[in-house]
Every structure is written in C-alpha cells, then in structure tokens.
Ligand binder design. Structure first.
Ligand code: ADP
Length: 453
C-alpha cells in the first residue's frame, strides 16, 4: 500500500495527540511509514528553509515554521478572520484585508516548496481544512503528481457568503486542483456545486465526478465521527461528580463548546431565560452548566462574544438565582476529556445549538457517553452537520428561543422508554459512522481517480 502523507495546520503533539483524528489515521500512518506535516505552534524569527523532523511518534512528523507576520496574515488573518466567518455564514464579521490573502498564498506556497522534496510518486496526500486550500495548486506547480485530497472540517458556504470574499472564484479554483474534496454533509456538497456553477466553470457527470475549470475531480460527503467505544468507556469509568447533584438538587443540562460566535451560546442562554420565565415550576429543578473555553481571543469578534456571554449569564443568574440555586454555571476553561465524558453522562440534557457547524463532535460525544439504561436527551441545532444523520435528537432552530425552550421542557419530561428508543438509534449511528469509518471512506474515495468523461 502507498504511503499516507497528512498535512494539517497543527501537528499532533503531546502524549494524547489531537484525539480522534490521529486515532483514525494511526494505523494507516504506522503501517505505511506515514508522514504528518504541520505547524508546531510557536512563532519563530527566522523560519527554517526545510521541514524540521520531530521524532517520538510511531510515524514521521515534520514541522513548518511561521514568523509572527505570517501567523498574523495566514492564520489569524485570512484563515480565522475571513474564511472562518464566511464559511460559517457570518460575512458581517469578516475582516477583509489584501495583506491577509497575500500572506496566506505565500505561506501555502512555502509549505508546498518544503513538502515537495519529501514526497514520493506513489504517496497519497491528505490535506486537512481551510488553512491549506491552495496547497494542491502549489504542489502541482512543483510537479507533484501523487493523488491529493482535501477534507474540509467546516461547512461549505452558500454563494452569497463566498462572494463576500475578495477572491471567492479563486477559492473554487484552488479546490478544483484536488483529486478529491471531502465535505461533512450533503448540504455542503450542494453548496459547493452551486458555488462552482456560479463562480467557476462546472460540468457535473454525476456520482460525485466533476470537471471544474477544466480539471477532473471528485466531491464526496464524508461525515466525520468520533472514537465512540473509547469515549463510552471514558464516560463509564469517570468518577461521578456527586457535588453536582447535592449542590443543585436539580437535573443537569450541559453545553460544551469553544467560545465561538458560530456555537449559538447567547441564543441558548436566552432560550433558557425564556424557559425559566414560562415555567416557574422548573426553578431549582434544572441547572445549566456551560463549559466554553477561550479561543482566538486576539480577534475582536471573539472578545465581543465573550462579553455578551458573560453579561447574559450574569443577568439571568441575577434574575432567577436563589440562595440554594444558581441557574447557569459558566466555566471559561477547558476541562480534561475524562471529566467532560463523566459530565456528559450525568447530564439529563445535552445542548448542542450552533448557528452553523461542519459536524459538531460534542453531539456525538454526548450520545456515546450516555448510560444505556437511563440515557439523556440530545437537543441539536438543524444547522449542525450532525443533524443530517442524528434525526432522533430533538432537532431545533437555535434562533427561536421559544422553540428551544419548548424542547428543553420536552426533554425534561420525556419518558425513559422514549429516551431509550431515541438514544439506541443515535448510538447506532455514532458507533457505525465512527472516526475509523470516516477515514476509510475518505481514503477509499481518494484512491478512485476521477474518470475523464
Ligand atoms: P469545533 O471543532 O468547532 O471546536 P466540535 O464540536 O466539532 O467543534 O469539536 C470540539 C471538540 O473540543 C470536542 O471533542 C470537545 O470535546 C472538545 N471541547 C470542547 N470544549 C471543551 C472543553 N471545555 N474542554 C475540553 N475539551 C473541549
């Protein structure tokens, strides 16, 4: 079998590297003497001319450097202040600057120059996510002929949002250089086709075979999963947080998200407020634990969402708290994975309400963590990619506080037989479409070269 080469913005480092992704790829990487290329996470003043090998993993790892200026333009600028908001339908939060795009192109060209000499003719190259969209174009310019696939972990935008970038048509052209573009959900495939049709030159031959701007490629819906067995075991083995129940005497509702504006955290706080306003009988009977670690804090849109979240939590607690009961507990820190798994299991309701999300792994983790005898209820936004395969959750519109509050009340009162019926179907999906299924699906699609029509 040919060697697998993965390229991602961040290299898997540390004792438990990058969670599910590495678990999924580890056997492919170790069997074939694979290589993983990425950024080490520290800026340098003088970047090295070639990739730096990092020993200590069962596969090869090699890092590229970034200067502060490159980090600001490529990562913080174009990737996180332009592509991220645009691809999550928030063109209003986009900070478009020509120097971002210039640096993004230049960094991708440099990564390609450093990577090309390390590649073999029969490698399979798997590029991850929105930081590296032009990489295939740059590698092809350098004469690399091996198959190159891209998996986009975030949603694909509609044409109105993509057109809000200064270079929407160029994004389609970058993607047309891949042999395969894998997307999270069917709706993303439809958005891609629409954008390629409107901003590029698209010929669609069916079954995912396309010609875009004169180049043959494939497109596939390839939903990412989790390591369900491992997560279920972590939840089973986690010590029970007895303090949770004795302190509150209430049913627990949990939300776990990076504090990102795409996650709908203020919307869910407002829905909780609506619930408490409408149902006095639920006061002291339900407690909402929101765990939202900081992320991308140097970007102003993230400072705004933090202020809004903290303001709302304070206001709702001020309005409803009693001496014995704090309605919202908000933790602005990451927690260890095992602690999270245990908390999910103890929570009667898992609240996953993004305004836009490629997949949302928390939805799958919450399901995997449940006690099969007495499972909790997942409330899931219809705008998460996960909603395409997790229809047995309570599917809601996160923008509508009344609908979301109703779902919270329904979840609290749902009989155990119905909770079990829904959970069994959800768990079946989470277990069968797990992270290994996902990587096999992507890699086998990559091996099928597009057939010129
Ligand atoms: P995104 O990739 O946009 O952050 P996902 O829901 O797909 O969203 O993945 C988030 C991952 O980060 C999950 O595996 C989740 O368990 C983890 N995570 C989220 N919040 C925390 C936290 N407070 N502490 C530890 N891990 C967290």
């Amino acid at each position: 079998m040919s060697r697998l080469v993965c390229v991602s913005n961040r290299l898997p480092l540390g004792p438990n590297p990058a969670g599910g992704l590495v678990v999924a790829l580890k056997s492919a990487l170790t069997e074939t003497g694979g290589l993983w290329v990425g950024y080490r996470g520290e800026v340098t003043e003088t970047p090295s001319d070639s990739l730096i090998d990092l020993p200590g993993a069962p596969f090869e790892r090699a890092a590229f450097d970034l200067t502060q200026e490159e980090f600001d333009g490529y990562y913080r600028g174009y990737a996180n202040s332009e592509l991220w908001p645009i691809f999550h339908g928030r063109a209003d939060l986009c900070d478009i600057r020509p120097e971002h795009l210039e640096t993004y192109r230049a960094v991708n060209a440099r990564i390609a120059r450093q990577l090309a000499p390390r590649l073999r003719r029969d490698d399979r190259i798997w590029v991850h996510d929105f930081h590296l969209l032009p990489l295939a174009q740059e590698l092809r310019r350098l004469g690399v002929e091996a198959p190159i696939g891209l998996f986009l972990h975030i949603p694909f935008p509609d044409v109105h949002n993509l057109s809000a970038l200064s270079n929407g048509a160029e994004v389609i052209d970058w993607l047309s250089r891949y042999d395969l573009v894998g997307l999270q959900a069917d709706r993303d495939v439809l958005s891609f086709l629409d954008c390629a049709w409107q901003l590029g030159n698209l010929e669609d031959f069916g079954k995912g075979r396309l010609k875009v701007n004169g180049r043959h490629m494939r497109i596939a819906s390839c939903p990412i999963g989790i390591d369900a067995e491992e997560f279920a075991a972590a939840a089973r083995d986690a010590p029970r947080e007895d303090r949770l129940r004795s302190l509150t005497g209430a049913e627990l509702m949990i939300g776990v998200d990076r504090l990102d504006y795409s996650k709908g955290i203020p919307q869910r706080f407002r829905a909780f407020q609506e619930l408490l306003e409408q149902h006095e009988d639920l006061h002291e009977k339900i407690a909402f634990l929101q765990i939202a670690p900081p992320t991308r804090e140097a970007i102003s849109a993230y400072q705004v969402i933090r202020e809004e979240t903290e303001h709302l939590a304070g206001r709702i607690n001020g309005q409803f708290a009693t001496i014995n009961w704090t309605p919202i507990r908000y933790i602005h820190r990451p927690l260890p994975r095992d602690t999270l798994a245990g908390l999910y299991r103890q929570a009667a309701i898992g609240l996953v309400t993004p305004l836009a999300d490629g997949m949302n792994l928390v939805a799958k983790e919450y399901v995997a963590a449940q006690d099969p005898e007495d499972p909790g209820v997942l409330i899931l936004s219809r705008f998460a990619g996960a909603a395409e395969m997790m229809g047995e959750a309570l599917i809601i519109n996160p923008h509508d506080p009344c609908e979301l509050a109703l779902a919270m009340a329904e979840a609290l009162h749902m009989p155990r037989t119905e909770r079990r019926r829904r959970w069994e179907r959800l768990m079946h999906v989470v277990q069968t479409q797990d992270v290994r299924w996902w990587s096999k699906r992507f890699l086998s699609a990559l091996e099928r070269q597009p057939i010129p029509a």
